[in-house]
Design a protein around this ligand. Structure first.
Ligand SMILES: NCc1[nH]cc(CCC(=O)O)c1CC(=O)O
Length: 315
């Protein structure tokens, strides 16, 4: 393509870091690109994410894409609402970073080493429910702000620890401050955590092909599709207490050849009659090509176990 492709991004350090990796990959194909920073209401508000709602970070980018101000938008996949956006297509899902959550605690402490009563900051109902369910007597308090702001609260002694996505810390070069990478058995990440969605206009076929050929990863796309199908079927928003993780595992086919399969786990938090939080869990395996139905079936299993379908953000 002779025209320069404009790639839109949010202005946070995290967003700029992840967009520049995508821009570099597209440039390596010989295509000229330009990075355009778009300010979003999610960046300007300090209200809890559970109040300002799903899509705060992504809708301004999508508007810029639809209006033609930019040609490509790079999103953190887990921040995208589960409903598809008319006229837009996710043309590329690059290989995902480590999807796990990570603890950054004072004095290098791990979860098991934090004394009961320690205060952990997170704005995520999913992380809060799973932290409480560990039975370690940890207190959970809501926080917001970018990665730097959250981590400073630990350095300043305001909190004993915070939980963040390991992928975000990798992208801003702060992996060395993690005091424990949390095993998914203890905390399942948000659906699509650690993955990016590279979006363009559905009628912009040349750009769609360019992105598909430069950044798309089939295994990541299948994994993320299964995880997001769990969320969509539970009709939950990005701040709902739902975790899902699909690992791509190797299996032996009947003829002895090695095939890749998805191993999907899901968790949903529910409130018991006494007001305590209960975690419901389900797991399933299936073929990459059946990612969507695998996710939906797992969600149905969670619903059968008693997961409610939350009606809005923060439920
Ligand atoms: N909701 C905020 C958000 N959206 C994307 C990331 C970075 C990790 C990722 O891309 O999944 C984060 C920060 C976090 O959860 O710690």
């Amino acid at each position: 393509m002779t025209k320069t492709i404009r790639i839109g991004t949010r202005g946070s350090g995290l967003a700029l870091a992840q967009t520049s990796t995508i821009a570099e990959r597209i440039e390596r194909s010989g295509q000229r690109v330009e990075i355009v920073t778009i300010s979003t209401p999610g960046d300007r508000s300090s209200a809890p994410i559970t109040e300002i709602g799903v899509g705060v970070f992504t809708s301004a980018l999508r508007e810029a894409l639809t209006s033609g101000e930019i040609d490509v938008a790079v999103h953190s996949y887990k921040d995208l609402p589960t409903t598809p956006e008319p006229g837009l297509v996710i043309a590329g899902v690059p290989e995902r970073e480590d999807p796990r959550d990570a603890l950054i605690a004072r004095d290098g402490l791990s979860l098991g080493e934090l004394p009961p009563g320690s205060v952990i900051g997170t704005g995520s109902p999913r992380r809060a429910a799973q932290l409480r369910a560990l039975g370690l007597g940890l207190e959970v308090t809501g926080i917001r702000g970018n990665i730097d702001t959250r981590m400073r609260k630990v350095a300043d002694g305001e909190l004993d620890g915070v939980v963040l996505a390991r992928a975000g810390l990798a992208r801003v070069g702060r992996l060395d401050e993690i005091t424990e990478t949390i095993d998914p058995i203890q905390m399942l990440p948000a659906p699509a955590q650690g993955a990016l969605a590279v979006e363009c206009r559905a009628d912009d076929v040349d750009v769609e092909h360019l992105i598909a050929s430069t950044v798309d990863n089939k295994a990541t796309r299948a994994a993320v599709t299964a995880e997001r199908a769990v969320l969509a079927r539970l009709e939950a928003g990005c701040s709902a207490p739902v975790g899902a993780l699909a690992d791509v595992v190797e299996d032996l086919a009947d003829d002895g050849s090695v095939v890749e399969r998805l191993s999907l786990r899901g968790v949903a938090a529910t409130e018991t009659e006494s007001g305590a939080v209960d975690l419901l869990r389900a797991s399933a395996t299936g073929e990459l090509a059946d990612a969507e139905s695998l996710g939906r079936e797992l969600a149905v299993e969670l619903l059968d176990l008693g997961a409610s379908a939350p009606s809005g953000p923060g439920a």
